[in-house]
Design a protein around this ligand. Sequence first.
Ligand code: SAH
Ligand code: SF4
Ligand code: F3S
Length: 471
Amino acid sequence: MMDFKLVDKEHDEARQGEALVIENNNAISTKKLYIESYGCQMNFADSEIVASILSETGYATTNNYQEADVVFINTCSIRDNAEQRVRNRLSQFGIEKKKNPGLVIGVLGCMAERLKAKFLEEEKLVDVVVGPDAYRDLPQLLADAGEGNKAVNVLLSREETYADINPVRLNSNGITAFISIMRGCDNMCSFCVVPFTRGRERSRDPHSIIKEAELLFEQGYREVTLLGQNVDSYKWGEGEDHVNFAGLLEKTALIHPDLRVRFSTSHPKDITDEVLYTIAKYENICNYIHLPVQSGNNRILELMNRTYTREWYMNRIDAIRRIIPGCAISSDIIAGFCSETEEEHQDTLSMMDYARYNFAYTFSYSERPGTLAARKLKDDVPEEVKSRRLAEIFKKQQEDSHKCLLEFVGKSVKVLIEGYSKKSDKEYRGRNDQNAMVVFPISDKVKPGDYVYVNIEKCTSATLIGTIVNN
Ligand code: SAH
Ligand code: SF4
Ligand code: F3S
């Protein structure tokens, strides 16, 4: 099974399996926690909640698992290869455990939730299995494991949002941060394991979200990304106190004009014109929408249980173009879903022509146990056909991405400096409003966290290159 991804979003492929650490000189810290994260941004945000919960019981994070007392792997189940990656990593930790039998190994996140206690049978080295809604129980579970008992808590909750927990920012650039605004998903797309691993959808109290964003701004952060599997169905309160996603976006934008606001993911069935008008109204809400289409064919969309049609999706694209001219749009696309014909695959390619995505994450369909598709449909598109269709989708997207970047060449764009470029400490990197990565020579007049205008002179397939505009 192969996945192609454009590595133009820093959080994506490059971050998979990243060890997350903070500088913690807390004198009471006696034990060391190593935590490695896989999957979506929400999982990375959860690792920050885990670090926060455990810092209260004296754990400091480390980026070297060989010196850790506890090794956590925060896992993803979205596709089979995501799970394989975790299993490979676990066998490496197993070698460490042989040397150091006191080492506690814990599996967190979606794979823990999917496999539950079965994990303990399948992977003997694992001591602790904890699902995404049970992290408050970690201190107790670790205490049990310390006494040599295997510990499992995979209870899902209808209420847990960790609203009161202030995440410890791990591996932070100090400029951009993620804020979870809701958990779970109620959508039941037929291919997707998330409703089973994350449970029912629930929104987080807007006051706690705004408080977290305000605190980040005070600490020098200049961009927050509001996270949920389907942010457009965010809702809190009744009557006059009711807050929907447009309202939450507005409240976040009003914190300060220098605080950029991003969000992900938008569901095509739920994104409203009200949300689009709110984005258009505030300069600091970024003109960038991740709107996964999955397929461009109506029969496949129905089998996927996405609950929108190709025409509906096109109408949403039209609305974005009309209300927010110049807005960047990205997508997720699945190649070779159950029974997909060649013509239906062509519909996906023509949908891409219509939408002209700035980026897309493209995947070949991977059957997930327990999902609607696994129970009711046959995974009957041969592997080589999936790969070929995926390659066609990927190639078109590479061309489209490049075309979208070329449109910025010769223009000046506003960039939030996030830090030094990955390749050179003589260059800064940051993103423009439309989420395109920009690199440019440093200047001693500006620093990370500042906004600058950059004249774009050229681009590669994933990056804009330019120089800072004087004054
Ligand atoms: N909540 C988001 C998606 C989260 S999962 C949404 O509704 O759009 C991220 C992406 O992984 C999905 O958009 C989908 O394209 C892909 N994906 C999910 N399950 C998959 C599967 N079984 N096989 C292949 N790709 C899958
Ligand atoms: Fe999965 Fe669909 Fe929910 Fe996205 S909206 S997380 S694809 S079930
Ligand atoms: Fe993976 Fe779970 Fe996120 S399955 S994509 S880590 S919600």
